[in-house]
Structures are given as structure tokens and as C-alpha cells.
Design a protein around this ligand. Structure first.
Ligand SMILES: NC(=O)c1ccc[n+]([C@@H]2O[C@H](COP(=O)([O-])OP(=O)(O)OC[C@H]3O[C@@H](n4cnc5c(N)ncnc54)[C@H](OP(=O)(O)O)[C@@H]3O)[C@@H](O)[C@H]2O)c1
Length: 398
């Protein structure tokens, strides 16, 4: 029975992709927090890349009967620790999990375009998708958003900025939007010179001032590629042209984004920087339940500041607008070139400043074509990775 004396609805069945990552761990925390409420969830599938110890612990804690691991060499170890659990393994493991396990809800929190096939499958199965994996929309928004509509699926943003806009737009007509404004913390190099940014070390780039996140998105935040990816994500989520999407630097990460309407009113969404809030909203939408983040300390509001982004030091933002205007496979090229460049930077094969340079070069060198299938998007993705990896091999660091 619920608090109102009514019978509680049966727990909805949830699959979490990328459960061992920063968003995945926070999602499981929220699922634990929702136990005993009308929004209780039954986790029926978990997918991860390589972190077997954590995946085993999560499967045992939540009594999960299906797990997927991308690194096939770890399948035996996983299976012997989880007898009676179905283990999917290999490149397609997350996709096979979503294809074969009955569930209504999915949290897509794999990092990179590796999450695309499984999320696309969830859309075709008519599931409610809490989307953290922005690379999916950047790489193939023109396939994912029509699939969502066609199969009566739901896409609820988990990214804090997009969750903020989603909340501000609730019940509003799209036509009345003058523009949306994505806030950006500015990352660790907000006040750095162009030269300092060019030569920043991995340690410096991983030192994010406000958010605790996985390594790839932390590097993306430092280069402002994360905001560039979010501009493209917003274009697909809210069906807006590039000239209606703006960015403002807000170092405190308290205002998560805002929407300006035709009558010049502005709605914003605020809260402490804690990803469990947008994750919970995606899982309980349209209801709001007691949250698990800290309360807002209102004295913090007197210190909120806003400043325009510097397009000269951070070239990524301009590229995002070009990608939206180019359409077709430009998003897949942009995203994959960035993934390959970030990987090379984390392995100390290129300088920090080369990430944006390589992405721009890939966009100029690779022909953009219409996206008519997942294969076209994934082909463009591979071409961009090959382009960057070849360029990285030629790089000699002094
Ligand atoms: N972290 C944040 O606060 C935040 C905020 C907004 C949006 N996002 C977005 O959310 C996504 C995840 O970010 P994150 O920070 O949580 O990243 P993360 O900490 O690096 O976690 C990535 C997750 O993806 C898994 N993974 C990698 N490749 C996989 C594959 N081929 N199949 C299945 N799982 C795979 C990883 O598994 P292993 O660890 O086991 O290898 C891990 O569970 C990204 O798209 C990011 O942009 C994150």
C-alpha cells in the first residue's frame, strides 16, 4: 500500500547502460532512494564496459538477472561470479541486452557513440529513455528522434542543462521560444590564456571546478567540446535551429539553463550541482519526489555570475553551430573525431589544444552525406576515428 492507502503500482522494469560510470552509479543511488515509493524500479539489466568488480557488486545488490560486458575477455570471470545470471558479452552486448530483456525504462549512460545502437533499439521498443549519453543524439539525432516519435517512446534528458530546459518548457508551445541558453561552468581553463590551454596537461584538464564526472566528459568540459555537443543535443531534443541556442558562462553551476520566451519572460531551473536531481526527475517524470541531493543554500545566490563565452580561446562552440547547419553525417564526424582526439590526449599523444584542431580538420576533410541509416552514421564515425588516429600517429610531441 502507498501512503495514500492505494495499492502501489508494480515496480517498473529498468535497464541501466553504463552502470559502472559516474551517471550509472548515481542512477543506482537514485533507484535505491526511490525504494518504497510509488516510483520503485526493478533493475532487470545492467551494461558496462570493463569494470567487472563493480558490475558484480551492483548485480548482487540489486538482484539483477541480466548483465552485459563490452570486453568479451571478461565474460567468464563475470559469469562465474554471477551463476544463474544471463551474461551478454562483446561489442554488441548492450544492444543484445536491450533487445532481449523486457523493460519499460532505460537509462542510457554509456560514454560515446558506443551507446547508439542500444539506445536506438530502446527507441524502437517504445521505452522511456533517460538520456545522459549525448553522443548518441549528436551522432544520429536525425535517426533517433523520428524513431522515438514513430514507436511512441519517450526521451527525457538527464544532462542537467537539457533537463533544466525540459522542465522550463513543460506545457509551453515551442513556437513561443525566443531562444534557449545553456549554462557552462567554463571548466578549469575559464581564465587561462590561449597558450596555457594549448599546452595544458592531462592532470590540469581533469581538474573540473564544479562537477565530478567520468574522464571523457571532464576533458570535453575543459575544451568546451561538452558545451558544443550539448548545443547539438539541444537542437535535436527541442527541435530548434542553431540561431535559437545560446551559451553563457556561469562558473557556479547553480542555474542549469534557461529559456527566453516571445514575451521576453525567462524561465530558469536552479539547484545544487548534483546529477542525482536530473536523473531522479527523468525516472519520476512528471512527478517530483523528495530528492537525495543537498538543499540549496540561498546565500549562494548572491555570488552567481554570468559572462559570455570566449570563442577565440574555445573554438569548439563555433564548430557546433556549423555541424547543425551542415546536417547529415557532420554530427557523427564531429563526435567521433572528438572521441578519438580525447583518447589520444588522455594517452598523452597530443597536446590539449590539438583536440579542437583535429576535430575541425576532420570536419573539413571528410565529405558529409545524408544519414539514411545507422550504418551510414557509424561509417562516418569510423572515417572520423581513422582520420584522427592517422593524424595522431604523425604527431611528434616536443
Ligand atoms: N558524469 C556526468 O556528470 C554527466 C553529466 C551529463 C551527461 N553525462 C553523459 O553521460 C555519459 C556517461 O558519462 P559518465 O561521466 O558517467 O562516464 P564514465 O564515468 O566514463 O562512465 C561510462 C560508462 O560507460 C561504460 N561503457 C563504456 N563503453 C561501453 C560499451 N561499449 N558498452 C557498455 N558500456 C560501456 C563504462 O563501463 P566501464 O567503466 O565498466 O568500462 C561506464 O559504465 C556520457 O555521454 C556523458 O557525456 C555525464
Amino acid at each position: 500500500m502507498s501512503q495514500t492507502g492505494q495499492h502501489r503500482p508494480a515496480p517498473r522494469r529498468l535497464i541501466v547502460l553504463g552502470s559502472t560510470g559516474s551517471i550509472g552509479v548515481n542512477t543506482l543511488d537514485v533507484v535505491g532512494h526511490l525504494r518504497g515509493t510509488d516510483h520503485e524500479l526493478d533493475i532487470v539489466g545492467l551494461a558496462a564496459g570493463r569494470n567487472v568488480p563493480l558490475l558484480i557488486e551492483q548485480a548482487k545488490t540489486f538482484d539483477v538477472k541480466h548483465v552485459a560486458i563490452a570486453d568479451a575477455s571478461l565474460a567468464t570471470q563475470l559469469q562465474s561470479a554471477l551463476p544463474g545470471v544471463t551474461v551478454f558479452s562483446g561489442d554488441q552486448a548492450a544492444l543484445e541486452l536491450v533487445e532481449s530483456v523486457e523493460a519499460q525504462e532505460l537509462v542510457a549512460a554509456v560514454v560515446g557513440s558506443a551507446g547508439l545502437p542500444a539506445t536506438m533499439c530502446a527507441a524502437k521498443r517504445g521505452m522511456t529513455i533517460g538520456l545522459a549519453n549525448k553522443e548518441t543524439l549528436v551522432a544520429a539525432g536525425s535517426l533517433v528522434t523520428p524513431a522515438i516519435r514513430q514507436h511512441n517512446a519517450k526521451l527525457i534528458p538527464v544532462d542537467s542543462e537539457h533537463s533544466a530546459i525540459f522542465q522550463c518548457l513543460d506545457g509551453q508551445q515551442n513556437q513561443s521560444i525566443k531562444r534557449i541558453v545553456l549554462t557552462a561552468s567554463g571548466g578549469p581553463f575559464r581564465e587561462a590564456t590561449k597558450e596555457q590551454i594549448q599546452n595544458a596537461t592531462v592532470k590540469e584538464a581533469l581538474n573540473h571546478p564544479t562537477w565530478d564526472m567520468g574522464p571523457k566528459i571532464t576533458i570535453d568540459s575543459a575544451s568546451m567540446m561538452n558545451k558544443a555537443l550539448e548545443i547539438i543535443e539541444a537542437h535535436w531534443l527541442f527541435d530548434l535551429p542553431s540561431d535559437k541556442i545560446d551559451v553563457i558562462i556561469h562558473p557556479q553551476s547553480i542555474v542549469h539553463s534557461f529559456v527566453e520566451f516571445a514575451d521576453n519572460s525567462i524561465l530558469a531551473q536552479l539547484g545544487p550541482p548534483d546529477m542525482r536531481t536530473p536523473i531522479q526527475y527523468a525516472l519520476t517524470y512528471p512527478q517530483r519526489l523528495e530528492g537525495c541531493s543537498r538543499h540549496m543554500d540561498w546565500t549562494e545566490l548572491s555570488g552567481l555570475t554570468f559572462e559570455p563565452p570566449d570563442h577565440d580561446r574555445f573554438g569548439a562552440l563555433k564548430l557546433a553551430y556549423e555541424v547543425i547547419d551542415a546536417g547529415g553525417t557532420a554530427g557523427a564526424i564531429f563526435n567521433a573525431a572528438n572521441e578519438a582526439a580525447v583518447d589520444a590526449f588522455l594517452k598523452e599523444k597530443i597536446r590539449f589544444g590539438q583536440i579542437t584542431e583535429l576535430v575541425a580538420q576532420a570536419l573539413s576533410a571528410i565529405t558529409v552525406t545524408p544519414v539514411d541509416s545507422l550504418e551510414t552514421a557509424m561509417d562516418a564515425d569510423q572515417q572520423a576515428r581513422d582520420f584522427v588516429n592517422t593524424a595522431v600517429k604523425k604527431t611528434v610531441l616536443m
